[in-house]
Every structure is written in structure tokens, then in C-alpha cells.
Design a protein around this ligand. Structure first.
Ligand code: 4AD
Ligand code: MG
Length: 472
């Protein structure tokens, strides 16, 4: 094994810095580290394509046969091996890259035997899910990870630049925000030996002295902080124990939840449109080569589709208008559209993709199908709810103006069969200086799908948790 010189690791340059560097980089010395994607032995030299995850592109390393221990080194350069190379950056004669590296010294950190599952060929996404610990080394998953990371950065910058405070809301909770009963239980009781009282589990002996769960949403806590700091957002993991086997659902996902005080539904919708457009523009500007890759290999026309989203005004329909349009559409839907039903994905997709051909806010849903906290409209039938539907994905955002009037909120809790005692603190926000307010939740994985064109949510979540699967 050839040892590199003793220069410290931090002299290392990332490959994206080299490949995007200017002409002055030519004929300078550098150090890079990474993993071999492929190595090709020629008559008098060997090419190794090295990737360090800093960008989609590999850096081509050239090892001349005059290299000390040439045979011994090159036989270790198999796909997947990790190495550090010191060498000279030279202009590449090839079309595909600006620079290549002439190796001066090589340190192999780890060799990689031929049973490495990521040999140079196309692997199906299904297969890659079974090796989720290795798949970030593939082009698609590397690009998804970089875009996802940038989306998180752009989320923080969007809200921070507009004076929102970032709230870290709790993960363990005693209240079911959505009232849908899809919560994972959290307990420290011995499941083999549950304490019982009158036939029921005695939660007074549990860690929190009551039943607790993983949160489905940070909204209720965000409301408390919005009713003090005016504008806040959460960005954290949320959990839903719904037995859905679809391309849109995972049991653990990240949600971005802004909450705005002194705001009504149109203000909340305007914030949602600005936020989505900010994300799209930021990614098109800052993730160019990853986006070109998705446009080429995942969804043809992706960049044009997103450019339209970045500049168009989002459409808006009331739920009642949406139902009328669906009824008049002449389309055969699996679920018949009629006033009062929850809109199905097939309905949402028709409206966004065929009718509006743009992202679409649907507002003012029947109160029976929406959560207790949504503000009653004057018609007595609907609430100030707001879903954002986008082509290809369906629902990406769910939000609402919140019911800020104490007596109405108390009645709504009762109508939803929710125990008032558990929500006393939430009612306090209406008792003490109540304000019109509202917000929304963006499903972060659904946003990654929308931006990358990757169809299945299991391929944009690093280690997806879905019914029956919690590996890695
Ligand atoms: O519509 P939802 O249930 O709304 C709320 O939780 C509100 N409390 C948000 C708020 O107003 N602060 O969920 C919001 C979004 C959905 O639009 C969807 O994008 C995503 O969260 N989502 C899921 N994403 C992946 N897998 C699941 N199982 C999801 N369930 C919801
Ligand atoms: Mg929803």
C-alpha cells in the first residue's frame, strides 16, 4: 500500500470546487479523497473515476505506469474502493470535464471486493431500497440527498429572511392535532406485563402518567408561539401510523409548519405560494447539474415544468367550485364526486393537471371532513381550510385559518368528540388576547418528489419507514 505524504487531510479539496474552478487551477497541486466509481486500465496508464459526493460529476484521476508500485496500486482500484490522491490538476483533453488529476501519490483507505452490490450498471430503485445504506453512493440518490439538503437550507433562509422564528416543537405529545387517531404510542410500560385498572391499562403508572404519542404535527405548539412572536415555523419529523402503501405516504416524514399571527386565509395562501416559488427558484439556481440530471434521466421536461411554477400565479377554487367542475368534467372517477366527500387523489390530479394546469389552492372545505381547529365560515357549512394541490403529486400542503373565537372552538371540540381537558392550554390562547391566525404544513418529502421528479416517496426519504419496514 502506497502511503500519501504526511499533509493533513484538510488540504483536501472537494471535487466540485475543482471542476467548477477557473483556469488558474491548471497546473496546481491538490489532494482529493473519494470512492472509485470505475477504473479502466489502458496500455500505459490507468483512469480512475473518483466521486466524493460533493457533486454529480466524477474527477478523472490518471495514474501513469511510471508510478511507483504501479501494478500493486492499480489492482486495488476497484469500484467502491476509497482513496486519497495527491496530484497535479491538468486541463482535460476530454469533452466531459474541465480538469483531470495526474496522480503523484495514492493512499488506499479501503479496498472493495467484487461482491460490492453497486457495480457499474443501472440498478432498479426497488433493488436500491434494499441497500439503503449504500444507495447514497449512486448518482440518483446522491443528487436527491444534495437537493434535499439545499431545500432545507432554502426553507430556513426563506422564513428567517422574513422575520419568522424557528420553533423546535416537541416530538412526544399527549394531543392528537389532526384528530385522525393515527398516532404511534409512546410508553415505558412493560408490554409483557401491563398494569391494569378496571380492565384498562393504568396509564398513571406510565412515564408521563398518561397516554402519550409521537406527534402528527407541531401546529398546536406553533400556534402558542405565533400568539407571542407573531410569525414562527417548525421544521421537524412527524409520524403517522396510517396503513398506506402508496407512493405518497411514509410513516415518518418531515413537515415545515409556518404559523402567522394577525393573518387570514389569503395571507396564508400568499405565504405558501411565495415559499414554494422561493424553493423552486433556489434549487434551479443552486443545484444546476443535479437538476439537469433529473431532467435527463428521471422526468423529461422537469426544468421547464418548474420554471413555470416559479413564475405563474397559483390557481384558486373553493371546494364547492371544485366539486361542480368534477361533476361537469364528464370523467369517470373511481370515487364519485359529490359535495361532502373528501377529495381523492384522482380528483385533485384532474383539477391541477387537466383543468388548471398549475398548482391549485382548494379552500373552504365542508367542516365535517376537516380538523377541529379550522375556522368556521359564515355559511355554517364550511371551514377556512386550504390545501395546495400540485400537478404530479396531489396534495403537498394542508393548512387553515384557525378558529380564534373561544365559544365556537369549545363547541367544535365537542362536535369532534375531543376531551376539553386535554385542550385547556390551547383554549387559553383564545381566552387571553386571541388573534386571527393560521398556517400550513408542507410535506417535505412530497416537495422533494415535486422538485426532482422522483416518483416514489421511498426514494426521496433516506431510510423510509413504511408499514412492515423499519430497516437500517
Ligand atoms: O394535511 P396535513 O395532515 O396537515 C397538518 O398536519 C396540519 N396540522 C398542518 C398545519 O396546518 N400546520 O399534513 C400536511 C402535509 C400534507 O399536505 C402532506 O404534504 C404531508 O403533510 N403528509 C405526508 N407526507 C408523507 N407521508 C404521509 N403519511 C403524510 N401525511 C401528510
Ligand atoms: Mg391534509
Amino acid at each position: 500500500m502506497e502511503k500519501g505524504n504526511s499533509a493533513p487531510q484538510r488540504l483536501r479539496q472537494k471535487i466540485n470546487a475543482i471542476l467548477s474552478g477557473d483556469d488558474n487551477l491548471a497546473n496546481t497541486e491538490t489532494r482529493i479523497s473519494g470512492w472509485i466509481r470505475t477504473a479502466r486500465m489502458q496500455k500505459t496508464f490507468t483512469f480512475a473515476e473518483v466521486n466524493d459526493g460533493s457533486c454529480l460529476a466524477n474527477l478523472q484521476v490518471i495514474i501513469d505506469q511510471s508510478f511507483p508500485d504501479y501494478e500493486k496500486i492499480t489492482e486495488q482500484l476497484s469500484t467502491g474502493a476509497s482513496l486519497t490522491v495527491d496530484g497535479l490538476i491538468v486541463k482535460s483533453p476530454g469533452q466531459n470535464q474541465k480538469f483531470e488529476l495526474q496522480a503523484g501519490a495514492i493512499t488506499i483507505h479501503g479496498t472493495c471486493p467484487s461482491d460490492y452490490p453497486l457495480q457499474k450498471k443501472r440498478h432498479s430503485f426497488e433493488f436500491l431500497r434494499t441497500i439503503a445504506h449504500l444507495r447514497p453512493r449512486t448518482n440518483t440518490q446522491g443528487a436527491v440527498a444534495r437537493v434535499r439538503s439545499r431545500l432545507a437550507f432554502a426553507t430556513h433562509s426563506f422564513f428567517q429572511e422574513r422575520g419568522f422564528n424557528y420553533l423546535q416543537s416537541p416530538i412526544i405529545t399527549a394531543s392528537d392535532c389532526e384528530g385522525a387517531g393515527q398516532m404511534f404510542k409512546v410508553t415505558s410500560l412493560d408490554l409483557e406485563n401491563l398494569p391494569k385498572q378496571d380492565g384498562a391499562i393504568d396509564h398513571s403508572q406510565d412515564f408521563f402518567h398518561k397516554p402519550t404519542f409521537l406527534t402528527v404535527s407541531g401546529q398546536l405548539n406553533a400556534e402558542a408561539y405565533a400568539c407571542a412572536l407573531s410569525d414562527v415555523y417548525t421544521f421537524g419529523p412527524t409520524f403517522r401510523a396510517e396503513n398506506s402503501h402508496t407512493m405518497r405516504h411514509v410513516a415518518e416524514f418531515w413537515m415545515v409548519e409556518p404559523e402567522l399571527a394577525f393573518a387570514e386565509l389569503p395571507d396564508i395562501a400568499a405565504c405558501a405560494q411565495d415559499y414554494i416559488q422561493h424553493l423552486v427558484k433556489d434549487i434551479l439556481e443552486n443545484c444546476k447539474s443535479d437538476m439537469a440530471f433529473f431532467d435527463n434521466f428521471i422526468e423529461k421536461g422537469l426544468i421547464t415544468r418548474l420554471e413555470k411554477v416559479a413564475s405563474c400565479d397559483f390557481a384558486r377554487l373553493t371546494y364547492t367550485e371544485a366539486i361542480e367542475l368534477l361533476e361537469k368534467s364528464g370523467k369517470k372517477f373511481e370515487y364519485k364526486p359529490e359535495w361532502g366527500i373528501d377529495l381523492q387523489t384522482e380528483h385533485e390530479r384532474y383539477l391541477a393537471e387537466e383543468h388548471c394546469k398549475s398548482p391549485l389552492f382548494i379552500v373552504d372545505y365542508p367542516k365535517e371532513i376537516k380538523a377541529f381547529y379550522m375556522r368556521d365560515n359564515d355559511d355554517g357549512k364550511t371551514v377556512a381550510a386550504m390545501d395546495l394541490i400540485v400537478p404530479h403529486i396531489g396534495e403537498i400542503i394542508g393548512g387553515a385559518q384557525r378558529e380564534e373565537r373561544l365559544p365556537i372552538l369549545e363547541k367544535k371540540l365537542a362536535d369532534h368528540n375531543l376531551p376539553k381537558e386535554a385542550y385547556e392550554w390551547y383554549l387559553d390562547l383564545r381566552r387571553f388576547g386571541t388573534v386571527p391566525h393560521g398556517g400550513f404544513g408542507l410535506g417535505f418529502e412530497r416537495m422533494v418528489r415535486f422538485i426532482t421528479g422522483v416518483e416514489n416517496i421511498r426514494d426521496v426519504s433516506a431510510f423510509p419507514r413504511v408499514p412492515g419496514h423499519c430497516e437500517f
